[in-house]
Structures are given as C-alpha cells and as structure tokens.
Ligand binder design. Structure first.
Ligand SMILES: Cc1cc2nc3c(=O)[nH]c(=O)nc-3n(C[C@H](O)[C@H](O)[C@H](O)COP(=O)(O)OP(=O)(O)OC[C@H]3O[C@@H](n4cnc5c(N)ncnc54)[C@H](O)[C@@H]3O)c2cc1C
Length: 440
C-alpha cells in the first residue's frame, strides 16, 4: 500500500515536472532561431516556464481524484498556492532580465508606439499580479471569499490568454510545425480542464441532485443537514472525508462550501453534514426549508481511518472539528468494530459540546474512552478543565500508544499545540493525521 502510494505521488510529480518544463524543451526542437545572448535567452526560458506553471494551475484546482488522492487535497491546494508565487517570480524575471540586459526594451512599453503583443504581455503580467495580490491579501483588502473567487477565476484566465497571445505575437520561438503542435496541445489541455471544471462537471452534478430532508439544530450553534440523493444512488465516502456543498443555486454557482460528512459511511442512502454558524453562508443554514435542492462535489480527502488499519485510534478534537470524527465513530459502531478508541474532545463550554449525548451513547457500542476538555467548565461539566495539553494527553494514553493512529481536527492553534504535545510525548508525526478547515 505504501509503495503504491509512493509510486502514485512520484508519478504525478514527474508529470508535473515534464509539463512545466515542456515549453523550454519545445524551444529547442526543430528549426531554432539564432541565439540572442545569454540573458535574453534566460529571460525567455523563465517566461515560458512561468507561463507553463500558471497554465498547470488549472489542473491543480480541478479536484481530480487520481491526482489528489496520493497527497490529500489540502496538500494539493497548498502546492497550488506556493507554486503560484514561484511561477509569478519566473514571469517577472522575463521582463526584468530583458530590461537589465537591454534597457532599450523599456521603449517597447510605450502604449502609443508598442506592438499589440507587447501590450498583451504587459497587461497579462499585471493581471497575474492582481491574481497573486488578491490571494495573498484577500482579508486585508476586505474581499469576501465569493468575490475573491470570481476575481481569481476570471482574471487568471485573462492573464494566461494574454500571455499566450504575447508569445504568439513575438513568434520568435514558435517556428516549425512541431513547436506549433506542442503549444497547441499544451494550451488545449489547459483550456479543456477549464471546460471540464466550469461546464462538464457542473452538468454531471446537475443530473445528480440531492434533496434536503431535514435540518436539525445541534449543540454549539450547529445544524445537521440530511441530504438524500434524488433519482440516483448517491455517493460512497470514507469516514472522515468531505465534499463541496451547493444549496439551491445551480451547480454552476461558485457559492460552494466544503464540509465533512458527519454521518456513518455505512449508511449509503443518505448523507449528513453538520455545519457551525460562522459567516454569511453558514449563519443561514438553520433557515433552509426541507425540500430544497442541493449539489455535492465529492468525496475528497485522505483524513480517514480507512487508510490506516491500525490496532486502535486516538482522536483529538476541538469544537466543530468533531464532524469528521463523528462520521468515523458512527461508522466504526455500524461495523461493530471493537478496537480501542480514545476521544479527547475540547470545547468552549459544556453546553456547546456538539453531539455529546450521542457520543456518550456510542460508548455502549464501541470500545471507546471519552475525555471532555472544557475551556469554561460549569457545575454539571464532566471532564478536564482548560485546554488540551501534553499533560492531559499523557494522562489518558495507554501503553499501546505507539501502535495507534492519531487524528486531529480543530482550530489551527489547537492543532499546532496538540502536534507539539504529541512530539513531546515521543510520538512520531507520521502517526498523526490532521484536517484543517481553512486550507482554501
Ligand atoms: C475540508 C474542510 C472540511 C470542513 N468541514 C466543516 C464541517 O464539517 N463543519 C463546519 O461547520 N465547517 C466545516 N468547514 C469549514 C467551512 O467550509 C467554512 O466554515 C465555511 O465555508 C464558511 O463559510 P461562510 O460563508 O459561512 O463564512 P465566511 O465568514 O464568509 O468565511 C469564513 C472563512 O471561511 C472560509 N470560506 C468561506 N467560504 C468558503 C468556501 N466557499 N470554501 C472554502 N472556504 C470558505 C474563508 O477562509 C473565510 O475567510 C470545513 C472546511 C474544510 C476546508
């Protein structure tokens, strides 16, 4: 399994490297124009590689399961974000080296006298800058997530299209049939992915709608939505995975939000998601009338017990991070699994501890020990007071601690503190899986 996983990861990294560098090799195929000095050639190489990496960004956000599963979709999104900075730097190197090696290139930036392809390149560069800056400073710029997504989607396509027309307009490294075909294949691949993401996939989702059966209030300002597939079999997910949910609007809408499944993976006739009121979309979940339509894009994610068949598990959870773990516990109970489980569940108040009654009932069906850690404990509270610390974790870990797999889900600072605590207790981080709710 590990070898397959490793080969899968290595395969996609190899494909990425080949596709990213393809335009540079394409430059050298067939009839090659005379070289124009080291810096100029280097600047063109950087420009080609940067643009190729930008084009590949469409693949990275395409949520292709084969591509994301060896790493986890969160890792792919992190890669997408960080590689964009490198690609942008490469694209910036292109004019920078040209201008440094030949300052008269600056004259070409005069919009009154410069050729159209020069303007296309300059506006393309500015568009990439807009994409990067709005992504880095979305919150500081006061952009809502949805507005940012619209800007991000459209401006990236404009930037790539303008940069391509710049290359075609310059035409220096485009002579020869083979080069033409290679570029056409590359560009066709980028834009096919866009067509798949924006048109084909939503069409498939449109044919697989869900009906919201009920919306039930839970502790901790949360709501559980029950969705039933309408006219199709629904999806099979692994406990701990998540999906993007679109409510009422068509699947072509960009208003989709990721949520973990909270129901048992064994219950194939329905899916449940438990959603905490947090912002503009989630605050209105309680008002959704049963009978509304919804669309699901998933399942995704590698945060699942089904990938780690260890002799036992430890779950360390904060707040609404309980949802994927709830799916794992419900699934294990339905499978009559008797492996030892420890759940350390931190919450602000006892009153707001989502699912606590059901978790206590699950103790009768599972070999489950539960430790509540309550930040502001009240009289009736049952558990530890304060935050999860290395001391609290150490108090409850059993002798088989090294054989268990650890699953952490909760706010970022809590995840960081728990990972540090586990390392302090001598646990290797390879045994620790975590899910972040704000990776996008
Ligand atoms: C893998 C994963 C699983 C999740 N599981 C759950 C769950 O089971 N229960 C739960 O309550 N929450 C879950 N979340 C968090 C949930 O997606 C956000 O709380 C929700 O999208 C916030 O939307 P909002 O418009 O109400 O909030 P806003 O106030 O508008 O946004 C708050 C923050 O949430 C993020 N966000 C907003 N909209 C989106 C979007 N469309 N896509 C991605 N991020 C967005 C942004 O970083 C934003 O700054 C999960 C997130 C991820 C990534």
């Amino acid at each position: 399994m590990i070898t397959r996983h490793f080969l899968g990861s290595a395969f996609w990294i190899g494909i990425y490297f080949i596709l990213a560098t393809m335009p540079i090799f394409a430059m050298l195929i067939g009839p090659t124009p005379p070289g124009r000095g080291f810096w100029r050639e280097l600047s063109i190489g950087f420009g080609f590689a940067g643009l190729s990496m930008m084009g590949l960004q469409f693949f990275l956000t395409g949520r292709f399961r084969n591509v994301t599963s060896p790493y986890g979709i969160d890792v792919v999104y992190h890669f997408h974000r960080n590689i964009a900075l490198i690609a942008f730097l490469f694209i910036l190197f292109h004019p920078f080296f040209l201008i440094v090696s030949s300052p008269k290139t600056l004259m070409l930036l005069n919009p009154l006298s410069s050729p159209w392809w020069m303007m296309a390149g300059a506006i393309g560069l500015l568009s990439f800058a807009v994409v990067i800056l709005t992504s880095l400073y979305r919150i500081k710029l006061g952009l809502t997530y949805e507005r940012w997504r619209v800007i991000h989607g459209y401006v990236s396509v404009i930037a790539v299209a303008l940069s391509l027309s710049h290359i075609v307009g310059v035409g220096y490294y485009m002579q020869g049939h083979l080069k033409h075909y290679l570029w056409i294949a590359l560009v066709a691949a980028w834009f096919s992915v866009l067509i798949y993401i924006r048109i084909l996939k939503p069409l498939i989702m449109l044919r697989h709608p869900y009906i919201i059966e009920d919306v039930v209030k839970e502790r901790g300002k949360s709501w559980t939505l029950t969705l039933r597939p309408e006219g199709h079999k629904g999806i099979n997910f692994k406990p701990g995975q998540f999906a993007w949910l679109t409510i009422e609007k068509s699947p072509f809408s960009i208003r989709e939000h990721p949520f973990s499944f909270s129901s048992s993976a064994m219950d194939t006739g329905k899916i449940q998601m438990t959603i905490k009121e947090l912002g503009d979309f989630t605050a209105k979940i309680g008002e959704i009338p049963p009978g509304d339509q919804a669309y699901i894009d998933g399942p995704y994610g590698t945060f699942t017990i089904d990938h780690y068949l260890e002799p036992g598990y430890v779950f360390i959870v904060g707040g609404i991070g309980i949802t994927p773990i709830m799916s794992m516990l419900r699934t294990l109970a339905d499978r009559r699994d008797k492996r030892p489980l420890l759940l350390i569940y931190s919450s602000k108040t006892w009153e707001d501890t989502t699912f606590r009654e059901e978790i206590d009932e699950l103790k009768n069906r599972l070999n489950l020990q539960v430790v509540y850690v309550i930040e502001k404990p009240s009289e009736e509270c049952n558990g530890e007071a304060g935050m999860v610390t290395a001391d609290i974790i150490a108090r409850y870990l059993s002798d088989d601690r090294m054989e268990r797999e650890y699953f952490i889900c909760g706010p970022e600072p809590m995840q960081k503190a728990v990972k540090e605590a586990l390392v302090k207790l001598g646990l290797p981080l390879e045994r620790v899986q975590s899910e972040s709710f704000n990776f996008v």
